[in-house]
Design a protein. Structure first.
Length: 410
């Protein structure tokens, strides 16, 4: 079959396919930008280095595999199809980074570190040898006709180039199979964090989709060997599978870290909102509004609200009615509250009574220093019960009845 050299006419058509390469590149670049501060800060962490290497190599694959970049590389270097061994080398390095990521992700325990180091050396040495072999095979091959999009099928029967194409596809497929198998086994492990499990699921989808990339390539090549034309698998299906697979891998890498980070931030915001009722109740005691800085981090805002509340409670602590607290505790228990909630209700009733009555006991009256341990430690529990004014009202009403009257009614 005669294969005419690629003319300039189809280049406009190929430009319509750029989106399939640049879109996952942008997703991977965004993922790398998110992780870059942690990678730089904790560079000694091999897991973070593996994550950074994977994302960087994946970005490079899609940048240099784009048809426009392939044509540019060939033109700048001045060697027809020189972009092929370069892109194959990047794909091979990316395949190695998949294995290294899983090796370091699972091998963080002390008893596995020596095994992890051995596995890392093995992966690096094997895939470095493969990269060197790719360049040797390209140097031996005769590939004078530039192919931007369908090089793998165009040169499927060319000596040395045929071996090069098969070599990079085989090592890519092996890496996918091993990584997918390890991840699938890992997913079934008991006790995994929820975000990690979701990340592994995305990774598994990504590697299975990458297997579809290899399958499409192999099928198109074998079809050429047998005299058939299934080049559309190589030019359409394989790139699409690679784009979907890379995007899923990027999501899988980011989900455990981003999910945990967002969950922690959400928890901090929720804890700060949970303290709002107690902060409002204590505003007359503090004599000032709670300090607020618009650009402060959520953690700083939470600390400031907690400090504001505890400062006000320390001012109020000497003026709390301990007898009322005991009656309120008994009343809450009588109303069916569990012991922990009854204690929080009793303290909330006592604080509300002190604030509303404006009670002030002169300093130095000889009264014993109050025990503020629970008061300062359990501010979240106390603030939580303040969100139920009906329950507070019922406990206050029952606590206001003298103990003798309560006994008589019972």
């Amino acid at each position: 079959m005669t294969h005419p050299q690629l003319a300039e006419g189809p280049v406009e058509f190929l430009s319509g396919l750029y989106i399939s390469f640049w879109l996952p590149g942008l997703v991977l670049g965004a993922a790398l930008a998110i992780k870059l501060p942690s990678i730089v800060k904790l560079w000694r962490d091999p897991l973070l280095r593996a994550v950074g290497g994977l994302l960087l190599l994946a970005c490079m694959v899609f940048v240099f595999a784009a048809p426009g970049t392939i044509a540019w590389t060939n033109r700048v270097v001045g060697v027809p199809n020189i972009a092929a061994p370069w892109v194959y080398s990047l794909i091979t390095a990316l395949s190695a980074s998949w294995l290294l990521l899983v090796v370091h992700w699972r091998g963080g325990h002390t008893d596995r570190r020596e095994r992890t180091r051995r596995a890392t050396r093995w992966v690096v040495s094997v895939y470095a040898t493969v990269v060197a072999a790719l360049w040797v095979l390209f140097a031996l091959a005769d590939v004078p006709v530039e192919q931007i999009e369908d090089l793998d099928t165009y040169y499927a029967s060319t000596p040395f180039m045929r071996e090069e194409i098969l070599l990079y596809l085989i090592v890519h497929t092996v890496a996918c199979l091993i990584t997918a198998r390890l991840i699938w086994t890992w997913i079934r492990t008991e006790g995994l964090d929820g975000w990690l499990r979701w990340g592994l699921r995305f990774l598994s989808v990504g590697y299975v989709t990458n297997l579809a990339f290899s399958a499409a390539k192999f099928t198109a090549i074998i079809a050429r060997w047998t005299g058939h034309d299934l080049d559309w698998l190589n030019t359409n299906v394989a790139p699409s599978a690679a784009c979907v697979g890379a995007t899923m891998v990027a999501v899988g890498v980011i989900v455990p870290h981003a999910g945990q980070y967002l969950q922690e931030r959400l928890l901090v915001r929720r804890r700060r909102r949970g303290l709002r009722p107690l902060a409002r109740l204590l505003r007359p005691v503090a004599g000032r509004h709670e300090p607020f800085v618009l650009r402060a981090a959520p953690e700083i805002r939470l600390i400031r609200r907690e400090t504001y509340i505890r400062d006000a409670l320390l001012l109020l602590s000497r003026h709390l009615d301990d007898d009322l607290r005991r009656r309120a505790h008994a009343a809450a228990l009588a109303l069916g509250a569990d012991p922990d909630r009854a204690q929080a209700l009793a303290v909330a009733v006592t604080i509300a009574d002190a604030v509303e009555s404006g009670r002030r006991v002169p300093d130095g009256d000889g009264a014993a220093e109050p025990d503020t341990t629970y008061l300062l430690r359990e501010i979240h529990a106390v603030s939580g019960v303040l969100r139920r004014p009906d329950e507070i009202k019922a406990v206050r009403a029952r606590a206001a009845v003298p103990a003798e009257s309560m006994s008589a009614h019972e």
